[in-house]
Design a protein around this ligand. Sequence first.
Ligand code: KIV
Length: 286
Amino acid sequence: MAEAIKKLTIFDLQEKVDRGEKIFQVTAVDYPTGQLVDRAGIDCILIGDSLGMTALGYSGTVPVTMDEMIHHAKAISRAVKRALLVGDLPLGAYHASTADAVNSAMCMVKEGGADVVKLEGGEDFAPMAEAVVRAGIPVMAHIGLTPQLVSKIGGYKVQGKSAETGVQLLKDALAMERAGCFAIVLEAIPDRVAQVITERLKIPTIGIGAGPNCDGQNLVLHDMVGLFDRFTPKFVKRYANCWEIIGKALADFQDDVRKGTFPSAEHSFTMKDDEYQALLQQIPKK
Ligand code: KIV
């Protein structure tokens, strides 16, 4: 009998860090990418609102709605058996009040099938994070480059490059830890600032463009396998070029059809001779 797959929890992440092991987190967008990432043994699968760009074609994450997030979350949660499933709350889902935050988090877990939620923001959003944690849903924080607040931070820029802004990032991280968050994403901040934050927090830090000293690393699947062609952030390492692989498959398909080498007998269905003859008897001659 196949061994039952053990689902990872927030406690497994902390235990990994305590053992000196790194946490792996990857953003998936749908059923097949959820399956791929889960079966590869990644610890946390992020239903990230970056799917607005990689799967929906928006120019950023700002327009992404809760309904769109839930639609994708449902597909990913049907695929994932082992990884901790982290559901991103999009812009507008938790910004107005703690009640909005709790309702959106509940929806992400009950309807979307996520195990926990993630929300962007530091000190200003600690009350929202705390309310969700008190309601019983674990929260992953996200500070540094917070794409939902791109207008406020003046573009997709590295954050915390000065002493003053670096100190503010530490304050933000500590506020989110005090709010009860179980982990925190550090996006696009100098490696030294990420190290300072990682050394001062008890909860795990998961970096994306935050250098090697975080407790874990996050990449967006579409970026790392070359399935997103609009731009590649400096912090992305490309491990495969799926755009090229899929493009070649599509060109080969057209070639085969033109040459008549597809479909071959291998990809066709047969009919017995007597049935075929009977069919010809029953239809008008050409
Ligand atoms: O939406 C996303 O994929 C994210 C990661 C970049 C952390 O928030």
